[in-house]
Design a binder for this molecule. Sequence first.
Ligand SMILES: [Ca+2]
Ligand SMILES: [Ca+2]
Length: 454
Amino acid sequence: MFSHIRTAVFLALLVPLAAQAAPPVNLALGKHCEQSSRSQWSKPNDAQGAVDGVRNGGFGFHTNKEQSPWWQVDLGQRYHLTDLAIYNRLDCCAERAQHLTVLLSDDGAQWQEAYVHRGPVFGGKDGKELRVPLRRPGRFVRLQLADNQYFHLDEVEVFGLPESHDAENLALNKATSTSSRSQWSKQDDGHGAVDGVINGKFGFHTSQQADPWWQVDLGDAYDLSEIVAFNRLDCCAERAQHLVALLSTDGQAWEEVYAHQGGAFGGKDGNPLHIPLTGRARYVRLQLRDNQFFHLDEVQVFGERRRSAQWNQPPAQPAEMIPPSRPPEETPTTPAPVEPAVIPPAPRQVEVAPAPTGPVAISEADFAAILKAIKAAGSFSDNKLGALRTAASGRFFTADQVGRVVGMFTFSPDKIEVVKTLKSSMVDPQNGFKLLQRFTFSDDKKKVEAILHQ
Ligand SMILES: [Ca+2]
Ligand SMILES: [Ca+2]
């Protein structure tokens, strides 16, 4: 009898908890699609096959063989896009889609490159679909191959939030606390996860204990939509794999709203843990269900205070063209303390540094300063190119670094100008071909090739 009552009370408590985790909505489902060409295997309305909700390992759409074929969907309005899931066909030819670019547009005419996949071959229905993290606005999403190839996919899903959604990181520089400190802790240790620095190292570090936690006080109650947790990547990422998220309105009573079911997650490498939320809270806590050290690089919390505050906001800035796989690198003001007890895993491959035979490429810290200078020059290409020329004068770069500068520019003529400017400062011209992947259209690729061979 009493056990029945207890069960009823328990269920009554459980239901609102379960309602907290909302499955993300596929914004692309049933929306209008187009593609660059049709093939003999195309159905009527061929392009719609990628947004029909059917994932069966076959092809949803199929273009002809051509240079840089594409497929696109019009979401009907601008969204703040969070990520894509791209399901390849598995019955044949999955490798044809391995060099794939994601482009975004507000009007279907001007496109910005948002992500470049350079292999490996990805799967689909087998659970190995390509997940593309985005954090930028857009209405049209285009996928385009870099090759002269047939283009076909099983299904494409697009996730995001209505544009009115306040996408500001609410946790940035807010008050934090942790369950314990370690010998590697800094003053105000918890702050390291909300300092805006994402560098692959630990922002905070507890001691080893049962169920260690970190929390942030957002300062006010918000309707929360997402937590993004960046793991440390230099060591020990697996320690955070039994992670749960808890929310509270008063810092006293906590509700567990998420439990991570999976292995170690990434961070600065473009694979942070995305925790979708619905619910109102002021305090956010992340906690391990382990007897373990707890350390993360950075934690971002997204949500909005109230809808009425959204109406008079200025339009969102155009998306930065830094590929999402590389968050801006910053140099921490104080070097992270060395952690003597932790032996980093042995590298899988021993990299033998080539003997220095010529100029040495700029350090990552100096390179980050150059990226900052370009960013600070504003949105006009001429100013950005001017800042680049000033900052880059007399320095040397790897092809990879040149590619990342190219990625900061939106339009092809500017990107080509970057290659022209930096070509003679490249320490590894043999890797110049990698720059071609930064360009979508074959005409642009040809121009870049010509510059590289000058
Ligand atoms: Ca389909
Ligand atoms: Ca940090």
